[in-house]
Design a protein around this ligand. Structure first.
Ligand code: BYC
Length: 313
């Protein structure tokens, strides 16, 4: 059968809401888009361990330290689910990791901002995990089975992270004047970058039309951003935190919170590598990868030994 007919059959399956599995025939461009998106997502989880990891040794109590350790560990797990999902498309995770460490693979802009105080840990859980949940709940219904299932699992864990973060924020917001000041400052710094996580505006999002046609994305960048704002503003009001946007206004008729202009120059600078922490994040990942070489070698040697024992037996 010709590629044109096969592509049409694929489009029909998508149109009918069928889930595509690894052994199914799929257009090369669909595969390429998925590898791009899933690998960027996996890299984001792995790089995303760094800003919060920075506070593990300085968490203010044992309870907070245990919660933060578990969260950072969960993020490593999310990276692994996602690299596995990418591997179902025939790419090798080693190759993807090399693109991150020594090439110019992208990862989420949000992780190029510094974590300056303990309050940042709470605010990341609340806003960054909160934004990720809004985005990934939709991806959990996307047309590619392994990616949808990975997102389903990720969202379950992110829900804990968000609750944990919000609890930290609420505690600080209800604390001493210094604690209130610290958490307000963190919100002021993380609010706009959290809105940028959803990607550029719809009319400047080159991948969206194709991804939406293939039902990889079920909602556009702007739709998800608006949903996040609508969910988050009432939470900020509940804990008496001000969001740093004088233009925030409830449009009762539309049922939406209107918000001010996002600084897209800042966003594009960050994804081009000119954010506060791009260099430091990559240096930390490269060092961790190189320092961990002996662990990978030992694991491979052990796996080889197990294999030869199995072959003898
Ligand atoms: N940062 O055509 P567009 C997490 C790039 S981790 C950097 O709209 P698309 C968590 C985009 O890649 C959260 N780059 O793209 C972890 C494209 O570049 P290329 C990560 C961005 O794919 C630890 C170009 O801009 N989540 O949850 O249609 C702790 C044009 O954009 C960003 C995911 O990765 C950005 N923010 O839509 C806590 C979810 N935005 O590749 C939490 C999966 C855009 O053409 N990904 N770019 O050179 C997605 O949902 C979509 O890829 C995006 C972008 C909505 C992010």
């Amino acid at each position: 059968m010709s590629d044109i007919i096969l592509d049409k059959q694929f489009e029909d399956r998508i149109e009918a809401g069928e889930v595509i599995e690894p052994k199914d025939r799929m257009p090369e461009k669909y595969k390429k888009q998925l590898v791009r998106m899933i690998s960027q997502h996996a890299h984001s989880e792995i790089v995303g361990m760094l800003p919060e990891g920075n506070w593990i040794t300085r968490a203010p109590s044992l309870r907070r330290k245990m919660g933060l350790l578990a969260k950072v560990q969960d993020e490593a797990g999310h990276g692994l689910y996602l690299y596995s999902a990418a591997e179902t498309l025939g790419v090798d995770r080693q190759e993807l990791l090399e693109q991150l460490l020594y090439g110019n693979a992208k990862y989420s802009s949000i992780f190029n901002y510094p974590t300056l105080s303990w309050a940042d840990v709470g605010v990341i859980g609340w806003l960054v995990d909160g934004a990720a949940i809004v985005n990934q709940t939709m991806l959990a219904k996307c047309s590619y089975g392994p990616y949808a299932r990975a997102n389903l699992r990720i969202c379950k864990e992110e829900n804990f992270h968000k609750k944990q973060g919000f609890e930290i924020v609420a505690t600080l917001a209800d604390g001493t004047p210094a604690q209130r000041k610290m958490v307000q400052d963190a919100v002021n710094r993380w609010w706009w970058p959290s809105l940028m996580m959803f990607g550029p505006p719809d009319d400047d999002s080159p991948n969206s039309p194709q991804l939406m046609r293939w039902k990889v994305k079920l909602k556009s960048n702007d739709e998800l951003r608006q949903r996040f704002v609508d969910l988050t503003v009432p939470q900020a009001i509940a804990v008496n935190i001000t969001l740093p946007d004088p233009e925030l206004k409830l449009n009762e008729e539309a049922g939406h919170w209107e918000f001010g202009k996002i600084d897209w120059n800042e966003f594009f600078d960050v994804i081009k590598g000119k954010g506060h922490m791009n260099q430091e994040r990559m240096n930390a990942r490269r060092k961790a990868h190189e320092d961990g070489a002996w662990v990978r070698e030992a694991a491979l040697a052990y796996a080889g030994k197990q294999k030869s024992v199995a072959e003898i037996a």
